[in-house]
Structure formats: C-alpha cells, structure tokens
Design a protein around this ligand. Structure first.
Ligand code: GEK
Length: 244
C-alpha cells in the first residue's frame, strides 16, 4: 500500500478526481482522512450478518477498492447471495477486480461478486436486502440524490437495510467551524501538513457537497424508508442506517 502524498506536489487548483494516482494510495488516504472509516467497514460486516437474506442481492455503491464489498462478503451468513459492486472510476474498478479475484482465491466464491464500472444513478435495484453508500452520496449532485434513494428503497425488500455514510455540515456556523477544525487537527495527527490539507480542501470544493444530518434523514423518509438512525458520528462524519 502506497502513502498518500498527492497534495505535497499537486496545488489543488484542479477539481479532485478518482484517477489512477488516487486509486494507488486510496486505502492510506481514507484511513488518514475519514475519522471513523474503519468502524464503518466493521459495522457493514456485522449488519450483513444480521440483514442479508438467502438468495438476495447486496449493492456496494461507489465501491472504490471494494472494502465494504469484502466486509459484506465476510459477514453474510446465508446461501445464494450476490454482491454488485459499482463504481464509475475505471482506475478504482480495475484495482477492485484484482482485489476481489484475490479474495475469491483465498476465501472462495460462496457469495458471487460482480464488479461493475457504471454510474450508480444508472443501476436498477431489485431483490436487495442490503445497500451500502459508504461516503459516496456526497459526490452525487444534490438535485439527483432523492431520485437515487427512491430507486434504492424501491429495490430493497421489506426490512432491508441501507448504510449511508457521509461527511456532513452543521446548521450552526460556530459548531461547523469547530468540527472542521477538529477534522483538520485529526488529519495533522495523521501526518498531513497544513498545506496538503488546504490544497485537498480546495480540490474538493464543489466536488464533495455535504449536507446536514437533518436533510439526509428527511430525504430518507421521503424516499420511502420507514426508520433511520445515526449509529456513528466522529466530528463531521456520520453513518446512518435506514430500514425499508
Ligand atoms: C469504501 N465506498 O471504501 N457513480 C459511481 N461511482 C461514483 C459516482 C457515481 N456517480 N460518484 C463517485 N463515485 C468506499 C469509499 S469513495 C469516498 C467511497 C471518498 C465513486 C468514486 O469513484 C469513488 O470511488 C467513490 O465513489 C467515493 O467504503 O473518496 O471520500
């Protein structure tokens, strides 16, 4: 695994993209940048054990290198399940296919995994018992988020679960400034310089568009989910579970 040194040289003037350079350092980038990331992956495995039903499909949307896919695959206790792992970045998909093939070799293929290069807005969902959007919805234009969640909810079986992890903003400007500052301090503790943090922030402007927890939960209810709850919060990063 390579270290993320992208913004030691990149000045952050160009918008952030999920290209080959990012795919190469991605596990290191997420581990050092997203507080609670490891906990989100662990919980996805536990939730798969509880919620995934025999003969159903699971979706990992914005799968990147397949960390959530492999956590689901390990967690699933039922037969004849399938995981569809989707990402629009060719660099991510190429590496994800290699990682899944290695997992096939080491751990077997009892749960089939299809790795699909596509925009998650073009997927049709059916017979699903679990859907994961682990830090992905934030990259979809806000105007398209409701339609995507409606289509996910419609494709979930009754009692099925969505895991939605996101960077969020706070309604209160003072709290928002504090949470951003705590996040940046967390990144500095993880050996990102202030310059790297500032450059990455500039590159993510208008690419990663965070919303409030209240906006997410209201949208989930409007999309047809019967309940939702925040199960993880670490500074300005949350993970929400929603049940159809
Ligand atoms: C993990 N879930 O390790 N269609 C498909 N993929 C997309 C789209 C789209 N419209 N927009 C963005 N992506 C992973 C981490 S990363 C989170 C997810 C982050 C993809 C994009 O290519 C990238 O791989 C992923 O969503 C977001 O649990 O980098 O902060």
């Amino acid at each position: 695994m390579s270290d993320d040194r992208i913004y030691t040289t990149d000045d952050g003037d160009e918008p952030f993209r999920f290209n080959e350079n990012v795919a190469r350092v991605f596990p290191d980038m997420l581990r050092r940048s997203i507080p609670g990331y490891a906990a989100s992956i662990e919980a996805i495995g536990s939730l798969a054990a509880r919620y995934v039903r025999a003969g159903t499909t699971c979706y990992d949307l914005g799968c990147s290198l397949g960390a959530a896919t492999l956590a689901m695959r390990q967690g699933i206790r039922e037969p004849a399940c399938r995981i569809v792992a989707v990402d629009s970045s060719p660099a991510m998909i190429e590496r994800c296919r290699e990682i899944v093939a290695e997992d096939d070799r080491l751990n077997g293929r009892e749960t089939e995994v299809d790795v699909v290069e596509r925009d998650i807005r073009d997927i049709s969902f059916a017979n699903a018992s679990m859907v994961v959007l682990n830090y992905t919805l934030q990259f979809i234009e806000p105007a398209g988020r409701r339609e995507l969640l409606q289509s996910i909810c419609a494709g979930l079986n009754d009692g099925g679960i969505l895991v939605l992890s996101e960077k969020v903003i706070d309604e209160n400007a003072g709290m928002e400034a504090l949470l951003v500052d705590l996040h940046h301090e967390h990144k500095r503790r993880n050996y990102y310089s202030s310059l790297e943090i500032a450059r990455k922030r500039a590159a993510l402007e208008n690419v990663l568009i965070p919303e409030t927890v209240a906006t997410h939960r209201a949208r989930l209810a409007g999309a047809g989910f019967s309940h939702s709850a925040v199960w993880l919060r670490y500074f300005n990063f949350v993970s929400i579970i929603a049940i159809r």
